[in-house]
Design a protein around this ligand. Structure first.
Ligand code: ADP
Length: 439
């Protein structure tokens, strides 16, 4: 799971927990606050009524009723007040939820009961507020609270996602601009990624330092291989001439003659390897020009005619199937020839007798794809990742080859910014695909 998704998930879950806690707690708080508020309103009303009684006298209230009990409620029975004489003192105001019957209807009230004195007499007063009204108000308050909560929950989640994207941008830039695009330390992008986050500055610097070290090691290794190959070629040529002279002088007995022939074969192999290593290091050192425009269809035809003999030897059929031609700009014809030659050569080498080879060329999106497919022995999946390494040979039953064919393919492809893909099924065959940017 991506860091960005993890951060967003964590923040969403933690907010969800808070939201759940609020959903449980908010109704309790609202009902507590609203009860307190109702009680204080009832106390205010009680104070006002007592003041009114003091001002206008108790008769205004009691004379209206025959049994000397005053009772008043509004038409919807949302509030009511009753006053009646009593002889029992209630020491402090009592608040309770209770019901009263009015006109055959039972109504639930929040009720304040108090006793008060007026003109030397004791009176009992009840002031009630309908619980239905209180509950209605609670409901409205709860809905508003939930609405506000959910909206703020959604807003903070969106803000969090936006912020974590912004925060992780330098991290993605490091991956996209530096790590993903690098296929050679020479081409590494050492520019500093703009960020104010110290951790990303540190990561960027560490990667830059690491790439500097790798680049230096690469350069030293390249120089070493180039020097060694170059130095080896002279003694190899000297030995080769010496052996050839010994053969042409004709003074050797048969056994020595055969030994010299074997030595010449070994020397030839050594020369090929050395030349190949030199070729690779020269390409890597960009000692080749790229100023040819090459038709890949023509190139495929040339490779096939160059290698025709081998097709006949193994009785293999070659098919060139180009649905589009592609003229590759800024390229080196000889190197591209070597690249395709090596792929076709392998397709013959690792094919079955009477097998087939397909060379396809077609445009796909912004790419031109050049494929070499064979019906040969295939490559086991576990070896696919290292067939492009130097001297790596999967199938060592064949004596020809040094394990340098595919490294050359890869080096030339890198030099031309071509991507190489391989798909293979053991026993069925392989497809080597060159992915060329159509620019
Ligand atoms: P080699 O000189 O051994 O052919 P390469 O570098 O050309 O060296 O290839 C490396 C290894 O990849 C080979 O040893 C072979 O096992 C495998 N290989 C390359 N091309 C093919 C192919 N078309 N089919 C099957 N195996 C292949």
């Amino acid at each position: 799971m991506k860091l960005r998704s993890k951060l967003s998930l964590y923040s969403t879950l933690s907010k969800l927990l808070v939201l759940i806690a609020f959903i449980v707690i908010v109704p309790i708080i609202i009902s507590f606050v609203s009860t307190q508020h109702t009680d204080s309103r009832l106390t205010n009303m009680k104070d006002k009524v007592i003041k009114l009684v003091d001002k206008v006298g108790i008769k205004e209230f009691l004379e209206e009723e025959e049994d000397s009990v005053f009772a008043s409620y509004n038409i919807l029975k949302e509030e009511y007040i009753s006053i009646e004489p009593t002889d029992k003192v209630i020491p402090s105001p009592v608040f309770e939820n209770t019901s009263r019957i009015w006109e055959d209807a039972t109504v639930d009230y929040r009720l304040l009961t108090v006793t008060f004195r007026h003109a030397g007499h004791l009176y009992l007063m009840e002031i009630g507020k309908s619980l239905a009204v209180v509950k209605d108000l609670n409901g409205v308050l709860q809905r508003v609270a939930f609405f506000v909560l959910i909206i703020s929950f959604a807003i903070t989640i969106l803000l969090n996602i936006g912020y974590s994207n912004y925060l992780l941008r330098p991290f993605h830039l490091i991956i996209e601009k530096k790590l993903k695009t690098v296929n050679h330390p020479e081409k590494f992008n050492f520019e500093t990624i703009p960020t104010t986050t110290a951790d990303f500055v540190y990561l960027d610097q560490t990667i830059n330092e690491m790439m500097h070290k790798i680049k230096n090691t690469f350069a030293r290794e390249k120089e070493f291989i180039s020097n060694v190959s170059h130095e080896l070629l002279t003694p190899i040529s000297v030995l080769q001439t010496r052996f050839e002279n010994m053969l042409s002088e004709g003074r050797l007995d048969e056994e020595s003659y055969m030994r010299i022939i074997d030595s010449l074969k070994t020397l030839n192999r050594l020369k090929k390897v050395t030349n190949t290593l030199l070729l690779i290091s020269r390409i890597e050192n960009a000692q080749y020009l790229k100023n040819d425009v090459v038709s890949l269809k023509d190139l495929a035809n040339e490779v096939i005619s160059e290698i025709e003999e081998r097709f006949t030897e193994k009785n293999i059929a070659a098919h060139i199937l180009f649905s589009d031609d592609f003229r590759m700009q800024a390229s080196n014809r000889d190197l591209l020839f070597t690249l395709l030659f090596n792929l076709v050569n392998n397709a013959i080498k690792y094919n079955k007798p009477e097998g087939e080879i397909f060379i396809r060329g077609y445009l796909k999106d912004e790419y031109f794809l050049l494929e070499v497919e064979d019906t040969g022995i295939g490559i086991p999946a576990e070896h696919l990742s290292n067939i492009f390494s130097r001297f790596k040979r999967v199938n060592t039953t064949l004596t020809e080859g040094f394990g340098l064919g595919l490294p050359i393919v890869k080096t030339i492809a890198d030099f031309h910014e071509i991507r190489v893909e391989v798909a293979s099924e053991p026993g069925k065959g392989s497809i080597f695909r060159l992915v060329i940017k159509n620019s």
